[in-house]
Design a protein around this ligand. Structure first.
Ligand code: S3P
Length: 165
């Protein structure tokens, strides 16, 4: 069993929203690794970062990605930083992976004050910029297709993902 599509990209790219829309269209279910980690741990992503640290979160996230890739045949949205982990990246080989690209202004607008996103605390714009700059090449390296999201509604992004499959 393997997901129909795996969505990667930064916070504010619309991964969870587009995953839900796309799943509805394809008649499958959407799954989100952040939600899987929270369910497995019984605590929020923010609490895991604060109490156990980012490195521990990345391990839990890798386990969630591996489990979802093996058992989910719908649409799978990964947390924005999942691709930072080399072992998580290697799990993606052979799967259809779409990078939902977003520019700085649009990402900042969409994440708002960064509530529930521990990596954005402090100066949201500066943090988003640093993360986008650092990670864009990584998303590109794992993706089999890239979809721009800046100028599009979630439904239009879902159209573009479907066209890329
Ligand atoms: C993170 C993105 C978040 C969540 C965690 C870390 C990141 O997921 O996994 O706060 O490193 O970019 P979303 O991209 O779904 O917000």
């Amino acid at each position: 069993m393997s997901p129909r599509v795996v969505l990667v990209g930064p916070m504010g790219a619309g991964k969870s929203t587009v995953a839900a829309l796309l799943a509805e269209r394809l008649g499958v279910t959407a799954r989100d690794t952040d939600a899987d980690v929270e369910a497995a741990e019984g605590r929020s992503v923010s609490d895991i970062f604060v109490d156990s640290g980012e490195a521990r979160f990345r391990e839990l996230e890798r386990d969630a990605v591996a489990a979802a890739l093996a058992s989910h045949d719908g649409v799978l949205a990964l947390g924005g930083g999942a691709v930072l982990d080399e072992r998580t990246r290697s799990l993606l080989a052979g799967h259809p992976v779409v990078f939902l690209r977003v520019g700085l202004s649009e990402a900042v607008k969409r994440v708002g004050l960064g509530a529930g996103r521990p990596l954005l605390l402090g100066n949201v714009r500066a943090r988003v910029k640093a993360l986008l700059d650092e990670r864009a090449p990584i998303y590109e390296s794992v993706a089999t297709a890239v979809v721009d999201t800046d100028d599009a509604t979630p439904a239009e992004v879902a159209d573009r993902v479907e066209a890329a499959l």
